[in-house]
Design a protein around this ligand. Sequence first.
Ligand code: GLP
Length: 270
Amino acid sequence: MRLIIQQDYRRLSSWAANYIAAEIKRFGPTQERPFVLGLPTGSSPLGTYGELIRLCKQGYVSFKHVVTFNMDEYVGIPEDHPESYHTFMWKNFFSHVDIDPAHVHILNGNAPDLPAECAAYEAAIEQAGGIDLFLGGIGADGHIAFNEPGSSLKSRTRIKSLTYDTKAANSRFFGGNIDMVPKTALTVGVQTVMDARCVLILANGLNKATALKKTVEDGINHMWTCSIIQMHPKAILVCDDKATYELKVGTVNYFKDIESKNLDPETLLH
Ligand code: GLP
């Protein structure tokens, strides 16, 4: 696993966006062979989306031949609800880049047969050739997508009940009222994320410090589902200084030293 430590959120976002754009460019996607990108919602990726939009508008990257699969969606709120992940993605990213709307995949939390919707989503990922890069955030309790503590580390796309912690954290988007937060969601599984050829996880702020420690320094544990990325052949965790608060000084120095020898993705892109 690579651990990229950036001074602040702005630099973290810029590193992640440059890395994604450089990977898309290096791949050279075409209509016959598109780049397949997994995407998250949440506050963590907002800066990355902003930077990707800028890079796209300035002509450094195009999403014309990029196919996307989002991680998750709430069950039971309308697609055009202001807090649905459909709304989030179009508002914060898709509407501002040159992506073909037919290439966008987001789970339908209102499908009449939810297990069938989940199975079809897995099949669609497979049919697209698998995910080349899965961008993700991380919950304060270490969850990835909506794979709450205790989720099977081999899980696939399915319905999950949201924990009290997650509902409390997300109530900020529902007028601070926890009862307004949907109780269930559809989410890709831990194994769905692990099947991607590259996994890029963002962790910023003090409230992610414990999750980061569990992911980087402790063992793999289903109570901290993000820790599974230790098993991924190409996992990159990008964090800011604040999120390193609980890491050992030695761990921080170790990763800073290794990474000082690597090229900044901005150099690869320009
Ligand atoms: C939600 C999402 C996750 C996201 C997490 C953290 O639970 N399902 O994909 O990583 O929140 O959100 P934030 O980035 O706002 O801290």
